[in-house]
Design a protein around this ligand. Structure first.
Ligand code: SF4
Length: 308
């Protein structure tokens, strides 16, 4: 069996930074350290950090007063930030700087008296955070079809921003529909979709052209991982999103000569290696990593941990 590995795959700089923040906070302040929401969307990462002393909660009210609290890589609304201040929680913010950039961009447009069209998926924590960061009217849409029913106060004063982990192609279609209906709208094109999402999508598209089946290692609630599976499937082959090697169904390999593997931005490389090991149980594996690009992005630690 030929097994081709996409490059890049797995952890992005925002996820690496968020995990490091939790680890360094535990080292510096000692356990327990409270983390609002899953620090990143991956059960294996969450369980490993839990074993070291992280406590994951969704409601700040559950955190004892004065306890060190970390906001996840997805970002939070201003209301959550205010609640943390009211409850005297010393906060370390692990929001990915590329998510913060979108927050700032949205507020800058709102300050120009523009209504904001936010392209993203309802219910995703990043979207809840972004919507709750912008002081002004925000309309959430996820498809080009929804543009027709948007009800805005002044079509000449509009801006759009997008979630960081969307499909580049789908988002371009939404932006085209927005520009067609509102020619005066301003926005960043697809540049809000982060470098890691764009690179992994380009790599999985290339991978899907060479494979009979694509396996995407990632969590079911990981937006960027779901997009990778969809992009592979759009190339006309079977594509599955799996949490880990145990989730592999042997029947997916029937008649398959070439398996493509990639991983979402919050999936650790060890899960990819475990999947390769599992594939070896079905026969000899000939491993072939694609050349792809090497990412050198690193984000600075928050000031609270700069010395840790
Ligand atoms: S996927 Fe992109 S926006 Fe999200 S944490 Fe990684 S680098 Fe940041």
């Amino acid at each position: 069996m030929r097994v081709i590995l996409a490059q890049p795959r797995g952890f992005c700089a925002g996820v690496e930074r968020a995990i490091e923040i939790v680890e360094k906070a535990i080292e510096k302040y000692g356990p327990p350290i409270y983390v609002r929401h899953e620090i990143v969307h991956n059960r294996h990462v969450v369980e490993r950090l839990r074993a070291k002393g992280a406590v994951f909660i969704d409601d700040l009210a559950a955190i004892p007063k004065g306890s060190v609290t970390i906001f996840s890589a997805h970002g939070v609304s201003s209301a959550v930030e205010d609640e943390a201040a009211t409850r005297d929680l010393p906060v370390i913010d692990a929001t990915c700087p590329l998510v913060s950039k979108v927050h700032n961009e949205g507020q800058r447009y709102a300050n120009q008296d523009r209504e904001i069209i936010l392209v993203g998926h309802e219910g995703h924590p990043e979207i809840e955070g972004t919507m709750g960061r912008i002081n002004g009217k925000v309309h959430l849409i996820s498809t080009a079809a929804e543009v027709a029913s948007l009800d805005v106060a002044n079509p000449a004063r509009l801006a759009y921003i997008t979630q960081t982990t969307l499909s580049v192609d789908d988002t371009r279609a939404v932006i085209e529909a927005l520009r067609a209906r509102f020619p005066g709208i301003v926005g960043p094109d697809t540049k809000d979709i982060c470098y890691a999402t764009q690179n992994r999508q380009r790599a999985v598209r290339e991978l899907a052209l060479m494979a009979d089946v694509v396996l995407v290692v990632g969590a079911a609630n990981s937006s960027n991982s779901n997009r990778l599976r969809e992009i592979a499937a759009e190339q006309g082959i079977a594509a599955y999103l799996i949490a880990d090697a145990d989730a592999l169904e042997p029947k997916w390999l029937d008649g398959v000569r070439t398996v493509g593997i990639t991983a979402g931005a919050s999936a650790p490389e060890e899960l990819v290696q475990q999947l390769i090991e599992r594939l070896r149980q079905f026969g000899t594996v000939e491993l072939e990593p694609l050349p792809g690009i090497t990412e050198n992005v690193r984000f600075r630690m928050p000031t609270e941990l700069a010395d840790a």
